[in-house]
Design a protein around this ligand. Structure first.
Ligand SMILES: Nc1ncnc2c1ncn2[C@@H]1O[C@H](COP(=O)(O)OP(=O)(O)O)[C@@H](O)[C@H]1O
Ligand SMILES: [Mg+2]
Length: 447
């Protein structure tokens, strides 16, 4: 009732005091005492202070929100692009770097080394990954006793390989590229690029590299039992002839290495120089594949096929690749077939000292491989009597399929692996304790 009265007859107020007007609006009394006026003033200043405090709090809150958003954005962009500066810090504190990613083929590795963590980091590092270290030339001089003759382990198309001991005590194989041509530089980069991202127990591990001024060196894990070639073709007191079971297991290790390159590497890798000298053996005579200098990556766009210059080693080249330069994973399958024939026969791929018709291993072996009687006659005399005829025929059949002239009819490496597994298992069970058959190298670990 009172309210309606007030609304009907608002009190006369001093002009400009609208707040007082509001105040009066809710006041049931129509007259103001002195103390009421005083309280009114206090309320006014209290309200004013509260408004200021709320405003300050709001401003701080808005500022904090902006700050958090800016920080989050920055964090996101650092995660996305990686930070070259961070590698730079790594660079300042140590002469060594860890290459988690591929080396950019367009920039010199020694420049790239300054920012190895930069650029694309989409490829997640493999689990067992230890990283590829960058060495100075001086460090490698120290490791090899100034590249002394006594440390030479062998030499190949790209240079001399030395045995060396790194500063942390690791024994390594150090390959020094001798010529500094375009091809050698490309091979060097390809090897660093591929091996720093590929990780398989069937590939020889790249421990590091050196691109100090004009020097180009590759540092590999040391394989104490040398190459398969040395064991098969130059047996000595150091390298005894390999028994049947060991040969089968080496064949399976190699098949797994190529299967990894063809089926699991992204993009697919064609080794292009698979041969006995690029199969290295560890202390247990387990095989690992090496030498990726000639390797090619195949993208899906090219339909798994590339036309390229014919490089590789005579006797191992698939006929279609040798004649037209058409390279596919089936070219590696052919080379694998040749190595399998070497394991089976103990012969080298090309031997002009042999009688006419026997110079080229594949041509001589192919018609015999599918003949049950003839296949036994072609086996390496060093392993005579160590195998069952059934297993021999199966291995011969795999080899025959791999070296077929028609690339499309050659099997995939994944199929070769599946065919080899039961043969190796079978051989292991024959060699196990309690078996009546005892081979010369029975100390090899179980597959
Ligand atoms: N990682 C390694 N561990 C032990 N010895 C190696 C290693 N790499 C290469 N070698 C030795 O060095 C020799 C030369 O190797 P390389 O330069 O790859 O040429 P190729 O493959 O033509 O033999 C090999 O035959 C082998 O005896
Ligand atoms: Mg080699």
């Amino acid at each position: 009732m009172e309210d309606s009265n007030i609304a009907a007859a608002p009190p006369a107020m001093p002009p400009g005091l609208s707040t007082a007007k509001n105040h009066t609006y809710h006041n049931p009394h129509r007259f103001y005492s002195k103390s009421q006026n005083h309280q009114h003033g206090t309320n006014l200043s209290l309200n004013f202070i509260i408004i200021i405090i709320i405003s300050i709090i709001l401003i701080i809150a808005v500022f904090a929100i902006f700050l958090i958003i800016a920080l989050l954005r920055r964090l996101k962009s650092v995660r996305k692009h990686g930070s070259c500066k961070e590698s730079g810090i790594l660079n300042n504190t140590s002469s060594r770097f860890i290459a988690h990613n591929s080396i950019n083929l367009n920039s010199s590795p020694d420049v790239e080394a300054r920012c190895l963590n930069g650029g694309s980091i989409e490829r997640t590092p493999p689990s067992r990954y230890r990283g590829v270290q960058v060495f100075t030339y001086k460090e490698l001089e120290l490791a090899t006793d100034n590249f002394s003759e006594a440390n030479v382990m062998g030499s190949g198309g790209f240079g001399v390989v030395y045995k060396g001991t790194l500063a942390d005590g690791t024994v390594a194989a150090i390959k020094r590229l001798q010529r500094d041509g375009k091809r050698e530089e490309h091979a060097f980069r390809m090897e660093v690029d591929l091996l720093s991202r590929l990780n398989s127990p069937y590939l020889v591990e790249l421990l590091g590299y050196c691109a100090d001024q004009h020097h180009r060196l590759l540092i590999f894990e040391f394989m104490p039992n040398g190459t398969l070639h040395q064991h098969l073709h130059h047996p000595s007191s150091q390298y005894r002839p390999l028994d049947w079971g060991t040969r089968l297991r080496i064949a399976l290790d190699c098949a797994r290495a190529l299967e990894f390159l063809h089926e699991h590497a992204v993009p697919t890798v064609i080794h292009r120089d698979f041969k006995c000298t690029n199969v290295l053996l560890d202390q247990n005579l387990r095989a690992k594949v090496s030498d990726f200098g000639l390797a090619k990556m195949v993208s899906d766009k090219t339909n798994g096929q590339i036309s390229t210059r014919v490089l590789g080693t005579t006797g191992y080249l698939a006929p279609e690749y040798a004649s037209t330069g058409k390279l596919t994973t089936k070219s590696d399958v052919y080379s694998y077939g040749v190595v399998l024939l070497q394991l089976l026969t103990g012969r080298v791929p090309v031997d002009i000292k042999r009688p006419p018709g026997e110079h080229v291993l594949v041509s001589w072996a192919l018609p015999r491989l599918t003949n049950r009687d003839k296949v036994a006659q072609m086996v390496d005399p060093a392993i005579q009597g160590q195998y069952s005829k059934k297993d021999l025929i199966q291995v011969a059949a795999i080899a025959a399929m791999c070296v077929q002239p028609e690339a499309d009819y050659r099997p995939l490496m994944v199929d070769v692996v599946q065919s080899m597994i039961p043969l190796v298992k079978n051989c292991n069970s024959i060699n196990s304790p309690g078996s009546s058959r005892v081979y010369r190298q029975t100390s090899t670990p179980k597959y």
